[in-house]
Design a protein around this ligand. Structure first.
Ligand code: F6R
Length: 609
């Protein structure tokens, strides 16, 4: 949430910063701004709206400069307007900052600073930072920044420039991600890799409590706890092509179409047909703990939580190990009691979600190992977990998560196979699962060829409906939740996901001839029960859009619209049934003329509570 970037080096700062903001825009897009040091001054431009507005407003008007910072905002304190946009400066315009995070004690700090004569112009929490630096500045920038940070309660990823030291950027991190790219005679500091990889593949992940003093050809990092530390330079594997739209109208569509390839990457080298099992080297040291656990606790948020729910069903039914799935945001605050026989799994695409990170820390505080299922290599969750499985989905730019969900579900399919084989699955059963897993990418590719036309027609017909209900049972109940979430977040249509059988305990009251109900009715162990639920909807004149198994001609006759997916094993169906729901949400949003990749009020990577 909020994208920040800073540049120092031989290049044209304005160009690098504006390009970087476009790459970071998925982190927030309600206002944007830039500050450059030029001609002995700090030149600031900011505007409410998207990065495009800032680029248009400043086109041809930004001074030549080799140092600057910029920001794309997702508002926490203060409405999105020009004044609340970052960068923020002190009273005399000597320090400029961009901030991602929340200053929890900003009111107290503001009062303290106002008593000292500082004048505030914005409603943001972030504006206290340049004023604190100004207050403590005594000729030594780093010392002033450290004093300022010592006053702050909350989280920050910060980039700071100052007129007194126009040869350096100060970056500091506590709870909000920052990564520093090292080029030739240049450094870029940013909230994430997307802004960096077109310039360099050499990066340093700043850790909590670290402050970096970055000059164009050197970097000095000091840790609150450890003093001076040697920067660890890592090589990034993401490519530029991966973060570009590549001819698709939206990143979301590109990422939907990437799913077959992604799944091949997720399973590559991880299936062992001979032994009918999966290999997950990243967590090899914890397999015994998982197998013998009293309880596996999965925590995550949003879409990742839905993947975790499917993981629960898979692990319990294939391996017989008790699993609980928790909203990370609830887990961290409800004083959870973890037995020493428990083991936790944190699931996160970004690896930076504040609530998931806090849950992870709570579990570790209680002495319980925490494993990760993460996408972003080097992310905070990936680094703080004891071990983990990378899902290899590549950069996910679309704010609505699609391919990461798919890869997370596949990671759980691998884990449940591995644990299942250790507990109760026979060699033949293991091999049968492997064969089915291997087919999924091709099945998805095929579906991507045949589904869009039919789904577009349904989307056109229902785009103006105000409500949708999504129903599924067993493994497909979390798919119903995920389908409803996708629709809500990008089309702003109210949608509820329910276990199909729960409908008669309340939601059935909503059904009338205006209510589209998406029912996942594939030929699995509980097919007949779902068919009864469909009958209940039809009896009340509801409109049924069913996701069924290929060959189920009877279903086609019983529903208004049928979208068919190929047959697979029960626990792998979510990998197929989610695809039409992603496409349906996508096309409804497109036909409503909405900005699919930048849905209102949302942002990728929720780094605030
Ligand atoms: C929905 C979506 C969110 C995320 C959630 C967790 O499309 O993307 O619900 O799934 O914010 O994010 P991660 O997985 O990065 O922890």
């Amino acid at each position: 949430m909020c994208g920040i970037i800073g540049y120092i080096g031989k290049g044209e700062a304005a160009e690098v910063l504006i390009n970087g903001l476009f790459r970071l825009e998925y982190r927030g897009y309600d206002s944007a701004g830039i500050a450059l040091i030029a001609d002995g001054d700090i030149f600031v431009r900011k505007v409410a709206g998207k990065v495009k507005e800032l680029a248009q407003m400043t086109s041809g008007q930004l001074p030549h400069s080799h140092i600057g910072i910029a920001h794309t905002r997702w508002a926490t304190h203060g409405v999105p307007n020009d004044i609340n946009a970052h960068p923020h400066i002190d009273c005399r315009g000597r320090f400029a900052i961009v901030h991602n995070g929340i200053i929890e004690n900003c009111r107290t700090l503001k009062r303290f600073l106002e008593e000292k004569g500082h004048k505030f112009i914005s409603d943001t929490d972030s504006e206290v930072i340049p004023h604190l630096i100004e207050e403590f500045y005594n000729g030594d920038l780093i010392a002033a920044v450290k004093k300022a940070l010592n006053q702050i309660e909350g989280t920050y990823g910060l980039a700071i420039i100052s007129l007194a030291n126009p040869d350096r950027i100060i970056a500091a991190r506590m709870g909000s991600p920052l990564v520093i790219g090292k080029g030739r005679e240049e450094y870029i500091v940013a909230s994430d890799l997307a802004a960096i990889i077109s310039y360099t593949d050499q990066v340093i992940y700043l850790k909590d409590g670290e402050i970096a003093e970055i000059r164009k050809d050197s970097i000095r990092i000091e840790s609150r706890e450890l003093g001076l530390v040697t920067p660890e330079i890592e090589k990034v594997t993401w490519t530029l092509k991966q973060i570009e739209r590549g001819g698709y109208d939206h990143f979301m569509l590109k990422e939907i179409y990437e799913q077959p390839i992604i799944l091949r990457d997720t399973i590559r080298g991880r299936l062992n047909y001979e032994e009918g099992t999966a290999r997950l080297n990243g967590i090899a040291d914890y397999i015994d703990d998982l197998r013998d656990a009293d309880r596996i606790i999965i925590f995550a948020c949003g879409t990742s939580w839905h993947a975790g729910l499917i993981g629960e069903y898979m692990i319990e039914s294939l391996a017989g190990i008790p699993v609980e799935v928790e909203y990370a945001s609830e887990f961290r605050y409800r004083k959870p009691v973890l037995s020493q026989g428990s083991i936790c799994i944190a699931v996160s695409q970004s690896g930076e979600t504040a609530d998931t990170l806090a849950a992870l820390r709570e579990a570790k505080r209680q002495g319980v190992p925490v494993l990760g299922i993460c996408n972003v290599v080097g992310s905070t969750i990936a680094r703080e977990t004891d071990a983990g499985v990378y899902i290899h989905a590549g950069p996910e730019i679309g704010v609505a998560s699609t391919k990461a969900f798919m890869a997370q579900v596949m990671a759980f399919a691998l884990l449940s196979l591995l644990l299942g084989r250790q507990k109760r699955l026979s060699l033949d059963e293991g091999r049968e699962i492997i064969e089915a897993i291997r087919k999924v990418p091709d099945q998805l590719s095929q579906l991507l060829k045949v589904l869009p036309d039919g789904i577009k027609a349904i989307a056109r017909k229902f785009k103006d409906h105000r409500n949708f209900l999504y129903l599924g049972r067993g493994y497909n109940f979390p798919v119903a939740l995920e389908g409803a979430l996708k629709l809500k977040e990008i089309s702003y249509i109210h949608a509820e996901g329910y276990p199909a059988a729960e409908m008669k305990h309340g939601p059935i009251a909503l059904i009338d001839k205006e209510m589209p109900v998406v029912v996942i009715a594939i030929k699995d162990a509980i097919y007949d029960k779902v068919i009864s639920n469909i009958e209940e909807i039809r009896a009340r004149e509801g409109i049924v859009i069913a996701i069924g198994s290929e060959g189920d001609e009877q279903l086609k006759k019983n529903v208004d619209y049928a979208i068919m997916v190929p047959q697979t094993l029960d626990h792998l169906y979510p990998l197929l049934t989610i695809l039409p729901l992603q496409l349906l949400a996508y096309y409804i949003a497109v036909f409503k003329g909405l900005d699919v990749d930048k849905p209102r009020n949302l942002a990728k990577s929720v780094t605030v509570e």
